[in-house]
Design a protein around this ligand. Structure first.
Ligand code: Q7Y
Ligand code: ZN
Length: 680
């Protein structure tokens, strides 16, 4: 599988700036690019990337998303003097021109196309284009919101035209609505545009009615535009992850793109003067990770906004470090999405229920009242924002014309350094089974002493078991020990008895919390279920039944784990939220005998779970079922899981039991929530 992360940047794109007084545009400064690139260099991340040169976009490429008259008009700006530039700028909104901005805008588009070329031809797996001016607000014949040419919209058209991309996903995590992208693909079912954005019931810029959740695209494009409006500020890590788990990822996996763009705006991070959100820079590592197993890993991140130079630089580093495959950081204490976010999630799921089978039985029916009712509610000081009564500007409806008050200094902890252990994947395999290339066959520094042997035999084996079984158990605990000391990132063990191995590992683990994912036939050993520090998520065709304990969660699939669409739904909507909220120090993925999970899905699972526990994932396979060894090792090594292809609808009875489980568990596990309390 392709490895390598491209970084596309050129300091020429810092060579334009605002030449007059304009309070709206003054935040869009060259330093945005300088501090981002410098942070990548200082952290050593830039050197680990494949540096790809920028180029100028051609007219033909720009015309993929813009009109000739607009391009011709912009072409004149290099020759304008100040007054002419100011007059020209007046034709558009919230943007400024400069004699060199046309050159830089061509480089921003060209940089994005270079990224697409290198990803689509497999020279690199993924990459980031650090560009300015940004693009997602610019429209066919208009500059807008600091944007001149729509970098990502052009690149999506280019990928369809020159690289035969059939389905392109654009994830816009910038805090503003990329209306330019939405307009460009309004009726195009081959481009799925997802955007969350500060909206506050249309009272926030760009104040568009069509930024609300009920803009779903039109004609053949209906369903391929997904808007999640933030009607309060202060949205945080839990809100962002809840939208990924319950809106974006189920739809994205069903869409099954062959290329993913990220409109990577970081004005959605804490400290930004535009966003006023609370999500911390490390969340972008998780958002990136959760997208990296779509489209066989072909992810193109393109910088959009981001105006707090500190959170911008940190967020860019978090994103690039994840694209490089480094272990994800521990997610900050996660709770459930706030009430306002849940309303938006509920609305987006409800309105898209008729377009996406993953939402068909899950999302509640779309209520009749138009969003104006929500607006009225808001005006009456409706539901609490995430700060609750902690103030912030979540409470009061900011009168639009307020002068930007002196921003109080917002501080947050710098993201922790993410150190990848020297050895990534260690495999514990019987000698007869060959070790896939790239992995290391695990062998402990020294074998078990007689006391150790006796203890292991007494605790886990019957007298009759041979010495080899004792050695295996010892090796398992040694592998676990090296993982928990972060000397090894992850591992795989082929064992004669998955249940016994899982029992040994959960009891031997030093982690305060262990997540055990059991894919298939039970029973899960009672000793593990009773173990308070282990959360067991068991996916199988067992009869739906009440969880015996808060820490044993059975997820029923009528057709068992062979039902790929059902497993995907269970993983995205239940397992991952549970795992992220639980924040384990170790993840065990057990494949009991007779497990039906198909290869590609097994690899997706192996990859997705690495977003937890700093990537400490230990996979247990049944010794005589060696088929999954190769794909499991590939996933553990950080290769992107292969695309599953478009997904069919999960069975209604399965979704019914998922929703029943969600309702039962969401009090203990609020990240499972998809609707606001009063809507239940
Ligand atoms: N402070 C509240 C007023 C809103 N100003 C918006 C100005 C355009 C922002 C465009 C942008 O950030 C591109 S990502
Ligand atoms: Zn923005």
């Amino acid at each position: 599988m392709k490895m390598g992360t491209a970084l596309i940047y050129d300091e020429e794109m810092t060579k334009y700036k605002l030449l007059w007084v304009d309070p709206v545009c003054k935040i869009e400064v060259p330093e945005r690019l300088i501090v981002s690139y410098e942070a990548l260099v200082k952290s050593g991340l830039a050197d680990r990337c494949v540096s790809i040169p920028v180029r100028e976009a051609t007219d033909a490429e720009i015309l993929l998303a813009h009109s000739e008259e607009y391009l011709e008009a912009v072409k004149k700006t290099p020759f304008m003097h100040l007054e002419e530039l100011m007059t020209f700028t007046q034709k558009y909104g919230d943007v400024y021109f400069h004699p060199n901005i046309y050159h830089c805008a061509k480089l921003a588009v060209g940089a994005t196309l270079q990224l697409v070329d290198n990803v689509m031809t497999g020279k690199v797996r993924n990459g980031m284009a650090l560009v300015r001016p940004p693009g997602h607000h610019s429209q066919s014949s208009a500059a807008n919101g600091f944007c001149v040419f729509n970098n990502v919209a052009i690149a999506a058209q280019y990928a369809k035209k020159h690289h035969k991309a059939k389905r392109v996903l654009i994830v816009d995590w910038d805090v503003h609505h990329g209306q330019g992208v939405q307009y460009c693909f309004e009726d195009d079912p081959s481009v799925l545009y997802f955007s969350w954005h500060r909206y506050e019931h249309q009272s926030f810029w760009p104040n568009l009615r069509e930024s609300d959740f009920d803009s779903v695209g039109s004609g053949k494009g209906a369903g391929f535009n997904v808007n999640v409006p933030w009607n309060k500020v202060g949205m945080g890590n839990s809100d962002y992850l809840a939208v990924f788990f319950h809106v974006l990822l189920p739809v994205a996996y069903e869409f099954s793109p062959d290329l993913v763009f990220i409109c990577a705006g970081f004005d959605s991070a804490i400290g930004d003067p535009e966003g006023h959100m609370s999500a911390t820079p490390d969340i972008f590592a998780h958002l990136t990770h959760l997208l990296m197993n779509l489209a066989d890993g072909k992810v193109c991140a393109v910088l959009e906004g981001g105006y707090n130079l500190t959170s911008l630089a940190q967020s860019v580093c978090q994103t690039v470090q994840t694209l490089l495959g480094d272990p994800a950081p521990r997610p900050a204490q996660l709770g459930g999405a706030c009430e306002s976010a849940l309303e938006s999630i509920h609305s987006a799921r409800a309105i898209h229920k008729k377009y996406w089978s993953c939402l068909q039985h899950a999302a509640a029916p779309f209520p009749e009242e138009p969003s104006s009712k929500n607006r009225r509610l808001a005006q009456q000081g409706g539901s609490q924002g995430p700060e609750g009564d902690a103030g912030g500007d979540a409470q009061k409806e900011e009168p639009e014309k307020v002068e930007e008050k002196e921003e109080e200094e917002i501080v947050w902890p710098e993201p922790l350094r993410r150190v990848a252990p020297s050895l990534r994947s260690a495999l514990l395999l019987p000698d007869a089974v060959e070790c896939p290339d790239g992995c290391a066959r695990f062998s402990p520094a020294h074998g078990p002493g007689p006391l150790e042997r006796a203890r292991l035999r007494k605790s886990y084996l019957k007298e009759s078991e041979d010495e080899a079984s004792v050695t295996l158990l010892y090796n398992l605990t040694a592998l676990l020990g090296q993982m928990e000391k972060n000397e090894i990132r992850n591992g795989l063990a082929l064992v004669p008895d998955v249940s016994m191995a899982a029992t040994l590992l959960t009891s031997a683990s030093l982690s305060k919390r262990v997540l055990l994912v059991w894919m298939g036939e039970g029973p899960v050993p009672a000793q593990i279920i009773e173990d308070e520090k282990t959360l067991v998520v068991h996916i199988d065709s067992m009869e739906p039944h009440e969880a015996q304990s808060k820490y044993y969660i059975p997820i029923t699939l009528k057709k068992g784990c062979g039902d790929t669409a059902g497993v995907v739904q269970a993983v995205l909507g239940l397992l991952l939220p549970l795992g992220y909220q639980y924040e384990p120090g170790l993840v065990l993925l057990a494949r009991p005998p007779g497990c039906q999970v198909k290869g590609g899905l097994w690899q997706q699972l192996t990859c997705l779970l690495q977003g937890l526990a700093l990537g400490h994932t230990l996979v247990l396979l049944q010794e005589n079922e060696t088929a999954p060894v190769g794909i499991t090792a590939s996933g553990l090594l950080g290769n992107a899981a292969l695309s599953l292809g478009p997904l069919v609808a999960p069975g209604p009875e399965d979704v019914g039991s998922f929703e029943g489980l969600r309702l039962r568990l969401q009090t203990d596990w609020p990240l499972l929530q998809t609707t606001a309390p009063e809507k239940r």
